[in-house]
Design a protein around this ligand. Sequence first.
Ligand code: SF4
Ligand code: SF4
Ligand code: FES
Length: 225
Amino acid sequence: MKDMNVTLNGTQLSGREGMTILELARDNAIDIPTLCYRPELPPIGACRICVVEVEGSRTLVGSCHTPITEGMVIHTHSTKVLETRRVIIELLLSSHCGSCFMCDKANICELRKIAADLEVGLPRFTVRKRYYPIEDVSPYVVRDLSKCILCRRCVRACSEIRKERVFGIAYRGFDSKVIVGLDQPIDTDVCRDCDVCISICPTGALGKRREIREEKKGEPLVIID
Ligand code: SF4
Ligand code: SF4
Ligand code: FES
């Protein structure tokens, strides 16, 4: 595999052909926030929070799915990049119905952490909130889709890691939603306490039922191999 010479935040580095900007940055201890990306899943470039500036490119590029090229000059934390990431997070929070103080995932919520890292406080935008009633029909999984940021990690993890197709995406635009079957509650037989979707969800949209959590106290939540 060929080596590529790249300038990352002013430092000349070499990376392997085929690696993404995000992989190169992480290999060099540079933190780029991600939401839809997970290393064990193919990148889909849905959330855009990982954008970086590449000299010569008219627009910012998604680092999680853009491969490095010879001579690339990349800025991961320029003013333009940081401002864009802040706006993306603000827009996500503007339509978000959750209250962090009352959220079970608050301590591990990736959305909340990125917002704090970027010093995003109360969103400036007034947009329609995405509201859905909490769905707790399943004996295992509780879904609170008002906190869903449509990163599709659960959809992809279920199909790519568990080889099941419990989740899908339906509707369009603002109404886009992660659905089960024909938009039914999650009570399918295949969905038996595997936890993959819960552990991969970056927000409080998916949780384990409290009684199951009590039963399994002490066991690790993450079951991904
Ligand atoms: S999902 Fe995250 S951002 Fe939303 S209420 Fe819970 S902790 Fe806050
Ligand atoms: S339920 Fe969670 S993992 Fe699935 S799309 Fe929504 S935020 Fe992402
Ligand atoms: S993390 Fe790169 S587009 Fe979502």
